[in-house]
Design a protein around this ligand. Sequence first.
Ligand SMILES: [Mn+2]
Length: 232
Amino acid sequence: MKPIIGVTNLIDTAKNSYWMLPEYLEMIEDLGGIPLILPVLSDKEDIAQILSQIDGVLLTGGQDIQPSLYRELQLECCGETSLERDECECELIKQAIAKDMPILGICRGVQILNTIHGGTLYQDLATQYHTYVNHHMSAPYNRYVHKVRLDHYLRYLLGEDEIAVNSYHHQAVKDLGKGLEVNATAEDDLIEAIALPSKRFVVGVQWHPEFLYDQDEANHHLVHAFIAKCKK
Ligand SMILES: [Mn+2]
């Protein structure tokens, strides 16, 4: 049986609609899982029941995290937020971690994993983190724009000290949350991946493996390892 991977829904507030980027789903299908787009739920017991039907969680990109969740006021430079999505994902992640379910967070996914553990975010790199590194590339996204140095679990998993990645984010981890380890840093020392070492597989990456896995061994291996951990 293939593992079923719950994929957090994308929300278009302006159009009042839910949507999905096919690359996330294709990546899971190509690497041995069955993707299932998760509804945006608010009831804790409903979330528990949904989690009992899936084997892993993929946290997708999207809106900025509401800064009040990391004890900051929302600055002008912060982008659009979705409290509906934040609240659902916080509960979903807490419950998934409690049952040691594998989680892979991408982009916003690494940011919410850090927030849940008490960490903070840069609300906008352009104004708060002056750097020569391009973290906000334009399409196509299957190109490499900066390198990351790997550490701890990711270095062990990928067997590399350094890999090249794409980069499309205007926010990033600032102060690391409790219990987390930094697993990758960019050339400008920005945190690019985190993991929760006390669990089987809770990893968040700031880059976008869904645009790289089919051309790049490291990202292929990362996502394949996540899906393999989701098998019962
Ligand atoms: Mn980056």
